[in-house]
Design a protein around this ligand. Structure first.
Ligand code: NZQ
Ligand code: ZN
Length: 387
């Protein structure tokens, strides 16, 4: 096990009706917020009205900024920065999924900064200050509700880039599984793939003697594998939605990564897909992750055989661990297919024309991944394997 520091300060408020507490939570910081949300799902579901009522009841004034798109754009973040400055706002309340939260985090770092907020995403500037962010989560997926990351797209150059700093971990996250009853099946499935990817990025490590976190990762994966089909069959199954919601936060809170060195190549390879083709992050991962597995499993066949056996229940063949490992990778693909996700670039209608460009962009700062270091040619081969 590696040395580690673990500190995840986000206060989690979990359960039915908890969004009604949002006003009181915000009130501990301020009496004026930017209420930030997406394309309208929160209005349709009635969540918007409940959040507004709770803010009013607590005496919290608000200015609104809606219209966050999946794969959030830097343009709206710049607008949010101006709005906060104009109204003297010092707190961002994100009501939505990873895209809304990441956009809120972008605004939070942009307001106290004199330059253009995109500088942070290009690593031209380092975040030194951020406004506090609070969250009411509506989709279990990205884990941004407790993470130190914000992932944003700049359409100029089709770049999707991230920042990571503890300064943007949300102060609180309200997690009511009932809010996810309205999720369309495809979004539910994309969320499940992202949760699993966050676990698998940490699980596939070259660090030895990580038994506790191996088991925590395996349990989290098995939970998602069990409950995703149940949530798809019955979208208002509270128990299934609750398991998925907590799994999403646990998966990316970094508890599962303690003492390990995660890989993260699949995420970087996927971000190039979302950046250029605007695919849902979870769908992109369902395509990229199995291809990455196929490309790297020989680096440590035993880890992949363990994954196949413990997570997917594949009968181990001790005389031929490679076939056990490969069976596990097939099970991952079968599962993604079974919940309605694509597992090839062709299904996403992506051909070969921009694969080299994506491989170059993905590795522009050097090789990616830790399980196996991948250079530009490796990444290009993974895209081709995913075709
Ligand atoms: O915009 P609205 O109308 O709200 O619709 C959203 C959106 O179209 C809809 N939705 C969300 N909750 C709903 C709902 N529809 C009905 N009922 C509900 N309860 O779902 C769509 C997708 O929302 P989005 O926020 O994009 O989903 P997700 O949470 O998967 O976020 C994806 C983004 O997070 C980034 C991804 O790259 C992607 O841009 N990530 C952020 C991370 C982080 N900050 O730590 C880590 C992740 O690996 C990931 O990269
Ligand atoms: Zn992800």
């Amino acid at each position: 096990m590696e040395n580690f520091v673990f500190q995840n300060p986000t206060k989690i408020i979990f359960g039915r009706d908890t969004e009604r507490q949002v006003g009181m939570e915000v009130k501990q910081y301020t009496d004026r917020v930017l209420l930030h949300y997406g394309g309208g799902s929160i209005k349709k579901s009635g969540l918007y009205d409940r959040v507004v009522a709770s803010l009013k009841e607590a005496g919290v004034d608000f200015v609104e900024l809606s219209g966050v798109q999946p794969n959030p754009r830097i343009g709206l973040i710049r607008e949010g920065v101006e709005l906060c400055r104009k109204h003297g706002i010092r707190f961002i309340l994100a009501v939505g999924g990873g895209s809304v939260i990441d956009s809120a985090k972008g605004i939070a770092v942009g307001v106290p900064y004199e330059g253009d907020v995109w500088d942070f995403y290009l690593q031209k500037a380092v975040v030194k200050q951020a406004l506090p962010v609070g969250v009411v989560l509506t989709i279990p997926a990205a884990g941004s509700e407790t993470s130190p990351a914000s992932v944003v797209t700049n359409e100029e150059g089709a770049l999707k880039r991230d920042i990571g700093t503890d300064l943007i971990r949300p102060k609180f996250a309200i997690l009511n599984p009932e809010l996810t009853f309205t999720l369309p099946p495809y979004q539910t499935a994309c969320g499940a793939a992202d949760i699993m990817a966050h676990v698998m990025e940490r699980y596939f490590t070259r660090v030895k003697e990580t038994d506790l976190t191996d088991r925590l990762c395996e349990s989290t994966l098995r939970t998602v594998i069990k409950y995703t089909p149940l949530a798809l069959q019955n979208p208002t199954d509270y128990a299934a939605r609750a398991e998925l919601m907590w799994a999403s936060t646990v998966a990316h809170s970094d508890l599962l990564g303690t003492g390990r060195i995660g890989d993260w190549a699949s995420h970087m390879i996927e971000h190039e897909l979302s950046g250029i083709y605007d695919v849902a992050h979870g769908a992109g991962l369902a395509v990229v992750f199995p291809a990455w597995m196929q490309y790297v499993y020989q680096e440590d066949v035993r880890v992949f055989a363990k994954f196949a056996t413990r997570v997917w229940g594949v009968e181990p063949d001790f005389a031929d661990l490679e076939s056990t490992a490969l069976a596990g990778i097939e099970r991952v693909k079968d599962f993604f297919r079974s919940i309605g996700l694509p597992v090839t670039l062709t299904e996403l209608k992506i051909g070969t024309d921009r694969l080299e460009e994506m491989a170059a962009k993905c590795t522009e700062r050097g090789p990616v991944g830790n399980f196996k270091r991948l250079d530009r040619e490796d990444v290009h081969r993974i895209y081709r394997l995913a075709l």
